[in-house]
Write a protein that binds this ligand. Structure first.
Ligand SMILES: [Zn+2]
Length: 165
């Protein structure tokens, strides 16, 4: 009797784990956004940018923005990797960089980071990007680590993008 009870309990625990695992991955699919990111997504939408939580149509990319199509892709795997927020911010910066002229250009934020972070970013730029993209990419990477990133991007979108109400 005890062993059956034990078995039932064990089975129930397993079921609970499976269910909670399921709920978790479902949540990742639905991407319940943090409040500030949800706000940012709304501002992007008002500026005409769609945000798709799908694998970007580019080999090996975690995030991507297509300026002409005004579409941002964020790969769902970034959640598990712990880089979802950083990726979202990075691509949102690129969207904001198009507000003033319709083309990608640095916004010109004064961004402070540790020397080690700055060095790491420069290293990524030299390895992965062509030199004409350094300025816009540097700004996007620098913004990823700023505590007020979402506020600043929102402000740029609202102040300088063509907001459709
Ligand atoms: Zn970029």
């Amino acid at each position: 009797m005890t062993s059956i009870k034990g078995l039932i309990i064990t089975t129930m625990i397993t079921l609970t784990l499976v269910l909670s695992g399921f709920t978790k991955s479902k949540a990742a699919e639905d991407l319940a956004l943090a409040d500030d990111l949800s706000e940012l997504k709304k501002s992007l939408a008002k500026a005409g940018f769609k945000v798709k939580f799908e694998k970007p149509p580019m080999q090996g990319a975690y995030g991507l923005v297509n300026i002409k199509k005004k579409t941002i892709w964020i790969a769902p795997i970034t959640h598990e990797m712990g880089i979802f927020r950083a990726t979202f911010i990075h691509e949102a910066v690129h969207a904001a960089q198009t507000c003033r002229t319709g083309k990608l250009q640095p916004i010109g934020w004064k961004l402070d980071v540790d020397d080690a972070v700055r060095l790491a970013i420069e290293s990524i730029l030299y390895r992965k990007y062509t030199s004409e993209k350094f300025d816009i990419e540097r700004e996007a990477f620098l913004m990823q680590g700023q505590p007020n990133a979402v506020t600043e991007i929102n402000k740029e979108l609202i102040d300088n993008c063509n907001i459709q109400d």
